[in-house]
Ligand binder design. Structure first.
Ligand code: FES
Ligand code: FES
Length: 152
């Protein structure tokens, strides 16, 4: 039976086993390469996507769990994400960039639910997104900037 879901506004009926991981389907079947395979164990957030608007780690999520639901990847994010991308560049909030799509997906969900998050709220919301380059202070400033707040 096909798995029906909407990805970045486009309806799909995918003939894939329901136990396949969503990240694998996105990258290998739908050629959406923004979500990254980092740890593959739910610990780093590089694979973050939105499921019905909430961030999830797609490396752990069986695609069957997305049946009838809406998936948004970094490729499908709107102007809020564009503001975040500009702020990440302005604040120099990336080094290798491998974690950045996941960071922006999680940050966009945060700003959607809390348009002017405090530093503490940013740290809590971004706790699942690991940056091996250690750009955390700059990531925090980028999210403040993107939400129109003083960076300090
Ligand atoms: S690759 Fe999914 S959490 Fe690390
Ligand atoms: S910028 Fe390299 S892991 Fe975050």
């Amino acid at each position: 039976m096909a798995i029906s879901l909407v990805v970045n506004g486009e309806a799909h009926a995918l003939d894939v086993p329901p136990t396949r991981r969503l990240l694998s389907v996105l990258r290998d079947d739908l050629a959406l390469l923004g979500a990254k395979h980092g740890c593959g164990e739910g610990a780093c957030g590089a694979c973050a996507v939105l499921l019905d608007g909430k961030p999830v780690v797609s490396c752990l999520l069986p695609v069957g769990a997305a049946e009838g639901r809406t998936v948004t990847t970094i490729e499908g994010l709107d102007e809020a994400a564009a503001a975040l991308q500009e702020a990440f560049v302005a604040e120099d909030a990336l080094q290798c960039g491998f974690c950045t799509p996941g960071q922006i997906v999680s940050a966009s969900a945060l700003i959607a639910s809390d348009p002017t998050p405090t530093r503490e709220a940013i740290r809590v919301a971004m706790a699942g997104n690991i940056c091996r380059c250690g750009a955390y202070p700059k990531i925090e400033r980028a999210i403040l900037r993107a939400s129109g707040q003083a960076v300090g």
